[in-house]
Design a protein around this ligand. Structure first.
Ligand code: GDP
Ligand code: IMO
Ligand code: MG
Length: 427
């Protein structure tokens, strides 16, 4: 059987949650490997509509082991709320596990994220203010506190005491705000520890046993490749790697064990937060897409910036990840358009370039070069077989396959689990 990696191929919110929920039916385990509760994965299935921030989107399938991997930053308050909400809706959460190596989001992380955004003023990144930058900075600076620390109160207190001294110096001396109380945080986190302890364990053997038993595993990405700290539009990026390579580090599954790498692409482009987006439409079409598709953030509710499909960024993302297949989502959103554009190159200083620039000053000067294809002007939401799609929709898909040099494996034509066309079997 196989390890299937589901990756956000653009700037996040591509529909990863929907695709994982769909594929998880045939999986033995689903593992989240990066990000934190900055993610918002919408899942619509017979249990209802959910916006998952930390719990893997495979949770709705009984018997599917769901792991919050070592690469995820866990905010215990958010996680507990999420578990409670799932249970309230009749979802069994007894098959959820949290890696004992995962880092914890602490109150100073969220506080510092907000303060730093205020300080940046006009140049704010537009983060979700969930503490993501600060928690991953602490991980690398060896100042982190992990879920395993929660299981040992004495160690936890000592660690918190040491780290909080540094954090309070920063809060008071640099940001001129009040220090945080050691006692308050300690008490609060001890109460979370009690409730989370049953879920925390070394998840490595669990995952490796599943692989040895030749049972299928899905690795669920968060964010998108163009938000990667190395390959995204730095510094307008997130702080952990949403890529296929990141899936290995964030789960403990070695790179030789990855079998299929599926890039989830929206049929157009969206971005939420600051930073360059070459194909952004600041006109009626952009507004039309946002309203028709209700493009508002699942985590922060912010309006998403909308634009045409960017095949320059898409090709780059395909190379960085080594996609073996594409899940193309939200194709139905384009139903009402007379014609559809695809950006096939960037115009820069009179030349056409095809490579995605690493310097955002250069990227900001790039003008998209478009190719125009005819629309199909009928609803495709009820179609379940590839051949039944209108010829123009198939032409659009084929053109993307050529531009990205990668075959399309799934076409999604609506938000519900069943509104999906399997072009090739993945699991
Ligand atoms: P994720 O973060 O990648 O899981 O994506 P989000 O959940 O943040 O955003 C994707 C949005 O698109 C959600 O509102 C989904 O319900 C919705 N969605 C996913 N696939 C489709 C589709 O094929 N058609 C339509 N109309 N909506 C979709
Ligand atoms: P999912 O998993 C879309 C964006 C933020 C901001 C930048 C940095 O739902 O696709 P951060 O809070 O991570 O420090 O913010 O990254 N961002 C996302 N955009 N979808 C996400 O997750 C995102 N997670 C972070 O908007 O621009
Ligand atoms: Mg999302």
């Amino acid at each position: 059987m196989s390890v299937v990696v589901i990756i956000g191929a653009q700037w996040g919110d591509e529909g990863k949650g929907k695709i994982v929920d769909l594929l998880a039916e045939k999986a033995k385990a689903v593992v989240r490997f990066s990000g934190g509760d900055n993610a918002g994965h919408t899942v619509i299935n017979p249990y209802g509509e959910f916006k998952l921030h930390l719990v893997p989107s495979g949770i709705f399938h009984r018997g599917v082991v769901c792991v919050i991997g070592n690469g995820v930053a866990v905010n215990p308050v958010i996680l507990l709320e999420e578990i409670e909400n799932l249970q309230k809706h009749g979802v069994d959460t007894s098959h959820l596990f949290i890696s004992d190596r995962a880092h914890l989001i602490m109150p100073y992380h969220t506080l510092l994220d907000g303060l730093e955004e205020e300080r940046r003023g006009e140049g704010a990144i537009g983060t979700t203010r969930k503490g993501i930058g600060p928690v991953f900075a602490d991980k690398i600076a060896r100042l982190g506190i992990r879920t395993c620390d929660l299981l040992n109160k004495k160690n936890f207190r000592a660690r918190l005491c040491q780290v909080l001294e540094t954090k309070n110096a920063i809060l008071t001396k640099i940001y001129s705000v009040s220090p945080l109380s050691l006692e308050e945080i300690y008490e609060q986190y001890c109460s979370y520890a009690e409730r989370l302890a049953p879920f925390i364990r070394d998840t490595g053997p669990l995952i490796q046993d599943t692989i040895s038993g030749k049972q299928p595993i899905i690795l669920e990405g968060a964010q998108g490749t163009m938000l990667d700290p190395d390959f995204g539009t730095y510094p307008y990026v997130t702080s952990s790697s949403p890529t296929a390579a990141g899936s290995s580090i964030g789960s403990g599954i070695n790179v030789k064990q990855l079998d299929h790498i599926i890039g989830v692409f929206k049929a157009y482009t969206t971005r939420v937060g600051g930073g360059p987006m070459p194909t952004e439409l600041k006109d009626k079409i952009g507004e039309f897409i946002r309203e028709r598709a209700h493009e508002y953030g699942a985590t922060t509710g912010r309006p998403r910036r909308c634009g045409w499909f960017d095949a320059v960024a898409g090709r780059f993302s395909t190379q960085v990840n080594g996609f073996t297949g594409i899940a193309l989502t939200r194709l139905d959103v384009l139903d009402a358009l007379d014609s559809i554009k695809i950006c096939t190159g960037y115009k820069l200083n009179g030349n056409i370039i095809k490579d995605f620039p690493g310097d955002i000053d250069i990227l900001g000067k790039c003008q998209p070069v478009y190719e125009e294809l005819p629309g199909w002007r009928i609803s495709i939401s009820d179609i379940r077989h590839y051949k039944q799609l209108p010829a123009q929709a198939r032409q659009y898909i084929s053109r993307l396959e050529v531009l990205l040099s990668c075959p399309v494996s799934i076409v999604s034509v609506g938000a519900s689990r069943d509104q999906s066309i399997m072009v090739k079997q993945i699991m």
